[in-house]
Ligand binder design. Structure first.
Ligand code: SF4
Ligand code: SF4
Ligand code: SF4
Length: 266
């Protein structure tokens, strides 16, 4: 089956957050509790276990003057081909559904390894249950959550893409998405010489391709990020392989056994 992918053209994004809202609506996710506004337009502050898609609005200098112009960035799981989160998970709770990276909360033991291994800070552990919001127990405390590319509650075109009114989000075959991105980059480079495409090569090629007006670092994206090798020693993972059989299937016991495994490995 030919790979599908998202295109995020941040140069077309108007910051309306229709995608952010549509994701909440489709996945029946509650609002984040906001204590302060980090930026007058960016809210909530970051991705969380109940926010899978985040529009970040910042100011950058324009190429030909000192007048700041608003710059958008979209943050959600990049669905890496070589995914650090899958490599490090000791409970085999993260898997590929075709090319999409999915977390199975039934298997998740809340160990935090994927949270720390993802260089983009995408997965988050829920700090409480959200049953009271009528999500039917969809969000459980101490389980990891992130964008599932609308495959868990499936639809043909992801909700965030359907909602975008400015053509900043596209969903299609990856080959087609890459061709569109390269064509668009040529146009953008005339005014923004440092514009680039992120996700073509990073982590083996991502399934979310992003067009940026400037170098990736300006958007908090590392160049040449390092995939964790499956053979790399992970503290505790080996011990946990033996100890997990003693958990009687209880997530809290599994988490405790994982902590013990890390202690034994240290
Ligand atoms: S962006 Fe992070 S959470 Fe998403 S697949 Fe890559 S490593 Fe995993
Ligand atoms: S928090 Fe859950 S999904 Fe993440 S690495 Fe641990 S067990 Fe795996
Ligand atoms: S693909 Fe679906 S789950 Fe992922 S950010 Fe878009 S709406 Fe949310």
């Amino acid at each position: 089956m030919a790979d599908k992918a998202f295109l995020v053209d941040t140069t077309k994004c108007t910051g309306c957050k229709a995608c952010q809202t549509a994701c909440k609506q489709w996945n029946n996710l509650p609002s984040d509790e906001i204590s302060s506004f980090p930026h007058e337009y960016t809210s909530p502050e970051k991705l969380s276990a109940i926010t899978f898609n985040h529009v970040i609005i910042t100011g950058i200098e324009s190429a030909d003057s000192s007048i700041p112009i608003l710059q958008m960035m979209h943050k959600k799981c990049f669905h890496c081909e070589i995914a650090n989160c899958i490599t490090v998970c000791p409970a085999e709770a993260i898997y590929k559904n075709n090319y999409w990276v999915i977390i199975d909360q039934e298997k998740c033991i809340g160990c935090d390894e994927c949270v720390r291994a993802c260089v983009y800070n995408v997965p988050h552990l829920a700090n409480k249950d959200y049953n009271e919001y009528g999500t039917g127990g969809f969000i459980d405390k101490d389980k990891a959550y992130k964008c599932h590319a609308c495959t868990v509650k499936a639809r043909e075109i992801p909700a965030c893409v359907s909602a975008c009114p400015s053509d900043a989000l596209t969903f299609d075959f990856r080959l087609k998405i890459v061709a569109i991105a390269k064509k668009r980059l040529k146009i953008i480079k005339k005014n923004f010489p440092d514009a680039c495409i992120y996700g073509l090569e990073e982590f083996g090629g991502m399934h979310v391709i992003t067009i940026l007006k400037d170098i990736p670092e300006k958007f908090g994206l590392p160049t040449n990020p390092r995939p964790i090798k499956p053979t790399e020693k992970r503290d505790g993972k080996e011990y946990y392989g033996f100890l997990s059989g003693l958990s009687f299937g209880m997530p809290s016991v599994k988490r405790a056994l994982y902590k013990l495994s890390k202690y034994l490995a240290s």
